[in-house]
Design a protein around this ligand. Sequence first.
Ligand code: CDP
Length: 230
Amino acid sequence: MIQRNSGRKADELRPMSAKVGVVPNADGSAMFSFGDTVAIAAVYGPRQLHPQHMQDPSTGILRVNYDLLSFSVYDRKKPGPSRRSQEISKVTQWALEPVLDLKEFPNTVIDVQIYILQADAGTRTAGINAASLALAHAGIPMKNLVCSVALGKLDQDIVADLDKSEEDFEGGEGPTDFPIAKIGTGNDFSLLQLDGKIQPERVKEIISLADVTCKQIYEVQKKALKEAFQ
Ligand code: CDP
């Protein structure tokens, strides 16, 4: 078994923290962190979509914008959109849509703004967790919360919640990054991505680890929502 830099066990998540209602002017907002990765999400809407010709009388739309702030990483990141931020915005939208009933809000848009204040890998997953909480905080009817985490493989070992030093690991078979999102504590996934390589039979181990870790994330999210509404 590989020794993790942080001393964590293979299936151990970084310390998580979640808080709802961090952006007073938004309709809903939340912060979610995995260790040094900190995401905030703000939700605006549902509100009339402009320009009007983009409105769809049969449904509302979910519009996600993910942004990694310039000083969230060691090498300052050039401000503004990139291919990476576009990809992450899109997969985040797809990860969240299954829990929403957008047909309830024809002609409208729900805007979700995700900002990564500090990045130490796993930012898309922290962003999805924050966005899921912010949507709930905005009072938008949801079938469930969405719980997300980056699982993966370091050399031969299946591990949970890779940090940046682990994503950059160069020993043995190298790192595999496998971000997932699940609908609450059920069986359904709304995000499966793979960066690296993994044998098909080992994907089962990832799926089991997703079950265990998402339950822990769900509890942290539920607690944050309860605190906000008490
Ligand atoms: O953040 P996530 O793991 O979801 O996505 P990634 O594209 O695999 O990025 C991994 C990590 O690389 C980020 O979390 C950042 O810590 C780092 N990164 C960076 O230092 N500079 C960038 N321009 C983009 C990412």
